[in-house]
Structure formats: C-alpha cells, structure tokens
Design a protein around this ligand. Structure first.
Ligand SMILES: NC(=O)c1ccc[n+]([C@@H]2O[C@H](COP(=O)([O-])OP(=O)(O)OC[C@H]3O[C@@H](n4cnc5c(N)ncnc54)[C@H](O)[C@@H]3O)[C@@H](O)[C@H]2O)c1
Length: 256
C-alpha cells in the first residue's frame, strides 16, 4: 500500500462494502480499507483472485475481509450478497460501486442484447446495490457511497460506446442518489479515474506507445496505478469529506 495514504480514524471498524473488490482497482480498495481497520466485504464474480486476496489480507488485517461470490448482473444474487454482508458486519456505512467490464465493441455491430448486457454490469448494479444498502445505512445513521465513473466518457473515445454511456450515466445517477439520500445523511460522490495500469489493462490494451501518449497528455508524468485510487476513495468515504456530495472527483494525473 502506498505510504502517501493517511489514516482516517472514522473508517476503523466501519462496515464497508465494495463491488468488484477482487482484482484491479477494486483489490487496491479492498486492501486500502482493510488497512484502515474497516470491516470490508467485497462482492466479485471471479472466485480465484478474490479468494487469494481475502486469504492474503486475512493474516495482516484487523478484520479479515469477507469475500462474497456473486454475479452483479443477477439482481436477486446482488440482493442476497448485500444481505450476506449485512448479516456478517452490520449495515454498510460505506458502499463503493466499483465493478465494471470495459469490453471494447463496435457501434456498427452491437445488438440490443449486447447493449443491455453491457449496462447490466456497468450501470444497473450502481443503482441496485445502492437500493439494497440504503435502508440499513439510513437506519444506522447515514454513510457514504462512492461510484466509479471514468474520464473515458469525456474523451470522445469511439471504441466502447455502451461502456462510456454507462459511465456518463453513473454521473447522473450519482447526482440523483445524492439528492434522494442526502436528507437521510448519505453522501454520494463519484471518482473518475484516468487510465489505470491494472493487470487487465496491461494484458489487453496497454502498449508502450499508448502509455507514452497518455503520460504526454497528463500533467503528472508517470503511469497511474491502482493504489493511486485508494486515497481519493478513502477521502470521499470518510468524514474528512463531510459536506461533499453529488460531486465527481477526477483522478487522472491532470489530463482533463
Ligand atoms: N482501469 C482503468 O483504466 C479505469 C479507468 C477509468 C475508470 N475505471 C473504472 O474503475 C473501476 C474498476 O476498474 P478496473 O480497471 O479495476 O476493472 P477490472 O476489470 O480490472 O476489475 C473489475 C472487477 O469487477 C469484477 N466484475 C466484473 N463483472 C462482474 C459481475 N458481473 N459481478 C461481480 N463482479 C464483477 C471483476 O471480476 C473484477 O474483479 C470500474 O468501474 C472502471 O470502469 C477504470
């Protein structure tokens, strides 16, 4: 974990639920909240990397993170996963909507079914995880929700229209949820990362030239790592951001 991440005392022993927390940025967040002493539960469809992460963190965390295997495109499974987290740790006081699938797709080839399946992971779970968590969070006295959007939707990228539409939708949803849940003491914000060097990105899309071109456009001249998302997310989850809601925090090394 990066040494530049401070401690947020209010996150200690707090129930935190993270979607897609088994790999990529989500794994860094799982580790980051566990390092704060939070009671972390994470939902992920991928069993092997998630179990490996949970096992590794169990020995070094104040609370062993709880891995719940579920497919978030299945709304019943999503609800059951949230209920399982709640019965283990109590109502979530922090929800991080991080899971996504950034498959590339061609506008001229996509079907209605593809579009729906894409939004079933990239947009719908943000709403329905918030819906499932909200009653417990409200009863517990409030909390914070952080949704992961992306700078990709602001960059006119042509290679993934359903994904970027979903990511733009998350911004609208963030503001709608903030308006609806603010009176109940729940803050809702979004983080828009730039291009983050996860294992998936490196395996599928990162090339030396592509990365160099991105860094050329950033003010800060180094690649963005998953750990770089931890500090902004802890900040928006903690009381340090007590009067911040309905906002999008761009974490892209200064490209936008
Ligand atoms: N990596 C980037 O460059 C980048 C840039 C901008 C925004 N983001 C956003 O940050 C977030 C994390 O991205 P990432 O790059 O770490 O993604 P990733 O693909 O590396 O990890 C996503 C996680 O979500 C899980 N997941 C996928 N489908 C699921 C499903 N149906 N049910 C449950 N879990 C599922 C995966 O198993 C995985 O653990 C996403 O919201 C993404 O849109 C990433």
């Amino acid at each position: 974990m990066s040494e530049h991440v401070p401690t947020f005392p209010d996150l200690k022993d707090k129930a935190v639920l993270i979607t897609g927390g088994g790999s990529g940025i989500g794994a860094a967040l799982t580790e980051g909240f566990a390092a704060q002493g939070s009671k972390v539960a994470f939902i992920d469809v991928a069993g092997a990397p998630s179990r490996e992460l949970a096992d590794r963190l169990a020995g070094i965390s104040r609370h062993a993170p709880l891995f719940i295997q579920a497919d978030l495109t299945d709304l019943e499974a999503l609800k059951q996963a949230v209920a399982q987290a709640e019965s283990a740790h109590g109502p979530a006081r922090v929800l991080i909507n991080n899971a996504a699938l950034d498959d590339r797709h061609e506008l001229l080839e996509i079907t209605g079914d593809y579009w729906d399946a894409n939004h079933a992971i990239n947009l719908r779970p943000v709403a329905f995880t918030a819906q499932a968590v909200a009653p417990g969070m409200i009863a517990a006295g409030g909390g914070a929700i952080v949704n992961f959007t992306s700078t990709s939707y602001m960059l006119n990228i042509g290679a993934m229209p359903a994904y970027t539409a979903a990511k733009a939708g998350i911004v609208g949803l963030t503001k709608g949820l903030a308006g609806r849940l603010g009176p109940d003491g729940i803050r809702v914000n979004a983080i828009a990362p730039g291009w983050v060097m996860t294992e998936r990105q490196k395996k599928l899309w990162v090339t030396e030239e592509g990365l160099a071109a991105m860094i050329e456009r950033q003010c800060l001249k180094r690649p963005i790592e998953p750990d770089d998302m931890v500090g902004p997310c802890l900040f928006l989850a903690s009381n340090a951001s007590a009067m911040i809601t309905a906002q999008v925090l761009i974490a892209d090394g200064g490209m936008m």
